[in-house]
Design a protein. Sequence first.
Length: 356
Amino acid sequence: MDNLRLQRTPDTISAAQACIRHIERGYKEREGAPGSPLGTAVDILKRLETGSSTRGQFGLINDRISEQLSTTAISAWPLWFSEQSRAAERPLFYMTQSPTSAQMSMLTAQVAERGIILNDIESSQSRWAKGAHPWLPLWLASNRRCIPFDPACGDEVKAICIGALQALYVEGAPGFCYMTLHDEPGEGRVCDRSQAYLGMYRLSEGVDEEVSVRLLGAGSMLSEVCAAAELLRAEWGIKAEVWSCPSYTRLARDAERRARLQRLRREENLPNCHLQLCLGTADTPVIAVTGYDEFVAAQLAAHVTAPFTALGADSLEPSQRLNRHWVVLTALRALVRRGVADSSWVSGAVRRYRLD
């Protein structure tokens, strides 16, 4: 519910377009630079603050304990008392360190569930997976006003910011965008910016070999997925197709929407959802990996026609850590079930990687 009664005006659109142009212009020559999601997000905000065309065109709140940006508000309350802010909505960025769903719910309520939320929790010490209380990813996945993302690299952060500015403020879509940020370098990967905001894009070339798997990864786990693909190639002679999935939740919702429309026969000749466009109808086994609990990646299970396995922080015993070796083992098991690999490969991988 928009208790702030924010008014979307032509000024809202022009402000968002100015921010989009500034982000695109500032990073065009730096595509693929090995920046972390957190470092890239902070850099984007600093550039927007100092840009002559964007200064004063957006709102910025930062409630983190760490260094504040130069003109940052530390809470959302000024929005409630500013008639000017409510009369013409501006793009809003909110940097926070909120590990629980209760904190996130309170934060988003203060800003009328609008804006781009940048949550710096993964780089902090925590006993929870990705620094988030287990209820937080549940809240993000179930809140239909939120589109949650788990970017793997700086380029994905740029793509998601541009996509969110376009959707929320130029096109006027309801709700807010959420990103969890880690501070590991992105290894210089170049992302498909047009598809990153839609939820997934391919990193590797297509696979021709009969014995093959598709590996999907999100956030900081994408590095482990890429390493697993290399191990499969080098040690087992298997070529894997690797996909980055910044938002399993967006992919699942998009697929659900199409399935619902198809059931109700509201439309004929429905276009395929993005997940179907990417994976098609091939029966190549799919392994989807997330640093959150398994259910986040498992949201895709009902919409993938191929053999599907989800891996998450709770997929293993408490003493075990999800990494590239477990991804390789899971891929080999999927190939054995499909009948294209020998069962001895699984026991061999358990011994080789000491996974027993």
